[in-house]
Design a protein around this ligand. Structure first.
Ligand SMILES: Nc1ncnc2c1ncn2[C@@H]1O[C@H](COP(=O)(O)OP(=O)(O)O)[C@@H](O)[C@H]1O
Ligand SMILES: [Mg+2]
Length: 268
């Protein structure tokens, strides 16, 4: 390490550098094209952009669920792009995800209790986790997401969409992560329960001091939840900055169009 390397205290949690991911024959689809950004501990970063702009591709790379075509992602100074699963335990323990649709992200044949405690049993995570009593943690996280303790012995189909997303959130909290990445976590839910789930997320992030990376095409939600925002368009960063600034004085026409489209997007 050279003398002018940043000290851990001011080193960003995530450093994304010139990240590119192409798909298809001849790499025709440039899902992500030279994206660089940083995430600090405690930051609540919104990633917005129209459908197909590369939001999910970006967070999949940040969660090491996919490999970049070029560029890199470091977490706490450690390169994660290209690491094999057995070496990713530190990341899996620290960074947990909530996906859009709890119907497809929760195994219908597992009880809620085994779904929620599954990360604790993961061979790769185990070495990276503080020892914890799974039963105690299960009760704690079910309570944190306002589900009854007896939910543990039931199955996902016995719950409503909003409750299922609470189960997914409980599972994400089980390893006591420091970072929560949520990819359109309320977009598949009934409009009537979206606010409840968003408020729950906001409360959990505040109470646990989590770093939040929140993906949404709905800018009104990001404005409410996030202190900073990255606007993606066709795999590139169109604009980024503090939420207040980006919403009050968007510098890009594209951002202005997204903001103007809020009412339409909310019912869409
Ligand atoms: N596994 C894949 N194979 C081929 N193309 C993909 C794949 N994943 C994403 N893409 C393409 O990359 C682009 C960005 O997709 P995505 O990151 O899912 O966007 P968003 O989440 O913003 O809607 C889209 O054109 C999409 O079709
Ligand atoms: Mg997506």
């Amino acid at each position: 390490m050279s003398a002018d390397s940043p000290q851990p205290a001011d080193r960003p949690l995530y450093q994304v550098t010139d990240l590119t991911r192409v798909f298809g024959r001849d790499g025709r689809v440039r899902a992500l094209d030279g994206v660089s950004l940083q995430v600090r501990a405690g930051q609540r970063l919104g990633i917005v952009g129209e459908s197909g702009s590369g939001k999910s591709t970006l967070i999949r790379l940040m969660a090491a669920l996919d490999r970049p075509t070029s560029g890199s992602v470091t977490f706490e100074g450690q390169q994660i792009s290209g690491l094999r699963e057995p070496r990713l335990g530190f990341l899996r323990a620290a960074v947990q995800l909530v996906f859009q649709d709890p119907r497809s992200s929760l195994n219908p044949r597992m009880t809620v209790g085994s779904i929620v405690t599954e990360p604790l049993r993961s061979r790769h995570l185990r070495g990276a986790l503080e020892p914890v009593d799974a039963g105690v943690r299960l009760r704690e996280v079910l309570q944190a997401v306002d589900l009854p303790a007896d939910a543990a012995s039931r199955y996902p189909h016995e719950f409503s969409g909003g409750q299922r997303q609470r189960i997914a959130i409980a599972r994400a909290l089980a390893p006591d992560p420091r970072v929560l990445i949520a990819d359109e976590p309320v977009s598949a839910l009934d409009v009537s329960v979206r606010a409840q789930v968003l408020n729950l997320l906001a409360d959990l992030v505040a109470a646990r001091g989590l770093t939040l990376i929140f993906v949404s095409h709905d800018l009104s939600v990001v404005r409410h939840l996030c202190d900073s925002v990255v606007v993606l368009r066709a795999g590139r960063i169109e604009e980024q900055g503090p939420s207040e600034q980006v919403f009050a004085q968007p510098s890009a026409d594209y951002t202005r169009a997204l903001i103007a489209a809020i009412p339409r997007l909310r019912i869409g």
